[in-house]
Design a binder for this molecule. Sequence first.
Ligand code: PGA
Length: 268
Amino acid sequence: MAAAVSRRPLVSGNWKMHHDHIEALHTVRDLGLRIKPGDVSSLDVTVHPPFTDLRTVQSLIDGERLPLGLGAQHCYYEDRGAFTGEVSPQMLARLGVAYVLVGHSERRQIFDMTDEAVALTLRAVLRHEMTPILCVGETEELRDAGATSSHLEAQVRTALTGLAKEQVGAMVLAYEPIWAIGTGRAATVDDAQDACAFIRSVVAEMAGEPAARALRIQYGGSVKGANAGELVDAPDVDGLLVGGASLDAAGFVDIIRAVSDCYRSSAA
Ligand code: PGA
């Protein structure tokens, strides 16, 4: 099914608050040894380490020409100023960061990131010519109440309103149901497909069909090697946002290969 669309899948490893810069060095080196050119010929891979690791990981990716995009997990929306403890999008761009997660549910829930802050951060990331990965997803309570679609629609609309069609088409969205994150209980393929197709339909209403067709939508939440292939085989799932299973190079490469195999076999 994946062959019907020309979107190049994106597999992203969100390390969260794991791996100091020494561990990051070992993990990325290990990834570099394990990833073969054929594994990444039909997809993109990013790693999103903690801020303190970024410089180390960037040097390694550049020095050894590893087929990995550098990602961050968050940033503030101002370029500079009296914002103790924050990191600016400008600083990330200067470091060679290409992708930034925006509005991950842990930022929203634990650090009270508002929809407004998500929208501002998205614009700040775009202003510095990095690709935002906008995360959306419902809680278990919302799902049980049958409010998944209305919640996803509200999150997508508040974040994207006012952006140019081209900006929307070039960005990445990640559908991450909160009840699936870190629980071992991934969404079913049908649920992931339905949510991603619905998100795409909202984007089509807002930014037009071409932007909606171009936009990549990842699924995230308890992804592992065993379920990665079937999830990306769904026509509207264009990649995966992986937390726990991205911490170990061997496990992450299993996921990358499962996605690569799926896209290769559907292209054959
Ligand atoms: P998980 O996390 O793969 O550990 O469930 C996904 C995420 O939060 O991005």
